[in-house]
Every structure is written in C-alpha cells, then in structure tokens.
Design a protein around this ligand. Structure first.
Ligand SMILES: Nc1nc2c(c(=O)[nH]1)N[C@H]1C(S)=C(S)[C@@H](COP(=O)(O)O)O[C@H]1N2
Ligand SMILES: [Mo]
Length: 241
C-alpha cells in the first residue's frame, strides 16, 4: 500500500496490497516499514505536518489544500473541453463549461477532508448537482453506478447512483471564490461533500452510467469505495474482495 501523499512512489513499492492489508488485520502499523516507499496503510491515517493543524487555518480565506496529482504535473484541459455523460443513458451529454454554468447552480460552503488527515473548513463551491445532470441524461433501467474519468488519463472514481443523487454531490466549476484552478482540477471537478477527498476527482472528463461499481484509482489500493467521512476510516473492510 502506498501513501496517498506520495503518489509518485505508487508503482515502486515492493510490498503487495494483500500482504500489507494482511498485516493491517494483525494490527501491525506502518512503523515496521523502514523505507518511505513501502509504509504501511496505517501511515495514511496520521495527519500530515503541513495540513491545516496550525494558525493558518484560522485565517479567513486561507487555502490549506495540499495539491495532489498522480501523474507528472497538472494536465491542461484541451481548448475544446467537454464534460461527457454517457453509458446507460437515453441522451448522452457533451457539455461545455458555459453549458454547465447555464444550468441550475448549487452553492455549498463545506469542509474538504483528505483521508490522510488534512482538512480545509468552509470551502465555497459552486456547481451543478450530479443528480441534475443524470436527470438531464435520463438514466436507463438496470443502471446502478457511475464511473468517472479524468483527462489526466489515469485517475478514476466511482459512486453508486444513490450516492450520486445526494444534494451535496456536485460537478463543480467554481471553488474558493473563482473558477476551479488548474491545480485544483479545473475547469471541472467533482465535489462529494460527505466523503473523503479522494472521491472528488479532478480534471473531470467523463461520467459513465454503468451497472456495477468499478473501484477507483485509490480504491484499487485498499481505500474504501464507500468513503463516508466519519463512518469509514477510508480503508476497505474486506482486503480480499
Ligand atoms: N485527477 C485526480 N483527482 C484527485 C486526486 C488526484 O491525484 N488526481 N487526488 C484526490 C485526493 S486524495 C484529494 S484529497 C483531493 C485533493 O484535492 P486538491 O488537489 O484540490 O487539494 O483530490 C482528489 N482528486
Ligand atoms: Mo486525499
């Protein structure tokens, strides 16, 4: 299991997912791993020293986000960027940012919390409810889940249709008082308020309606698919599934 904070080491670890999760089951913590490339999964539950634990978090408007990417650098949106909604729908959608801005807007002021421990309070978000997009597309019978892709070419995520319908799950085009910046996943990212930050896929390109949940990028590595803040510790309960 690799550490979310050091995604560049993801492919380098010699410790397999099953082995690490097996150790976790025995209560063995990350301290047994000597090298930082192969820390144990428990390691991710420790707050990062650069998180919002200090005075900076009390400053209004302070942005204590850590910027994450699993590819080298931040991808740039193509000039003809479109958000696609496809799969098990009656009307596939191909939406510009202007199309999204013309839809009913949802504004939220809510915290953003990474499973590794850092948290940013009172983040201002504007976007379109994911449920609204699905209504527009017309989900067909038998569909149960969503598969999300990023134009970084690597990151993926998932939600069930029930989760996607929650009122605080949005496709966001504004964040922190302006357009979602490139580093934060612009022009469009997902914001799943009730779940840990890894569900909020950046550089969102495609939403596919499907008939089963396909675990996302970090979920393939042992993080919980149902990543409810507080109800989940962010880790999968069943290491062999
Ligand atoms: N495409 C993409 N989306 C992503 C990630 C990523 O590395 N790539 N990291 C996730 C994680 S673990 C968190 S906590 C948040 C971080 O958002 P930020 O980079 O805007 O702070 O983005 C999530 N979405
Ligand atoms: Mo995260």
């Amino acid at each position: 299991m690799e550490r979310m904070a050091e995604p560049e080491s993801r492919k380098a670890t010699p410790v397999g997912r099953r082995v690490v999760l097996g150790m976790l089951g025995l209560g063995v913590a990350g301290v047994i791993f000597g090298d930082p490339v192969s820390r144990g999964i428990g390691d991710i539950l420790q707050p990062l020293t650069s998180g919002d634990s200090g005075l900076a978090s009390l400053v209004p408007g302070a942005d204590n986000f850590q910027i994450y990417t699993v590819v080298s650098g931040y991808p740039t949106a193509p000039p003809d960027y479109r958000l696609t909604v496809d799969g098990m729908v009656e009307h596939p959608l191909s939406l510009t940012v202007a199309d999204l801005e013309a839809m009913p807007a949802t504004k939220l002021v809510k915290p953003f919390q990474c499973v590794t421990g850092w948290r940013v309070p009172d983040v201002h978000w504007t976007g379109v409810r994911l449920g609204h997009l699905l209504d527009e597309a017309g989900v067909t019978n038998g569909a149960t889940a969503l598969h999300f892709k990023s134009f970084d070419g690597t990151y993926t995520e998932s939600l069930t249709l029930d989760q996607a319908g929650l009122s605080d799950v949005i496709v966001a085009y504004q964040m922190l008082g302006g357009p979602v910046t490139r580093e934060h996943g612009g022009p469009v990212r997902l914001y799943v308020a009730p779940m840990y930050g890894y569900k909020s896929i950046k550089w969102l390109s495609t939403i596919s309606v499907v008939n089963q949940v396909e675990p996302g990028y970090w979920e393939d590595d042992g993080y919980a698919v149902d990543a409810w803040i507080g109800r989940s510790n962010g880790l999968s309960g069943d290491p062999v599934s």
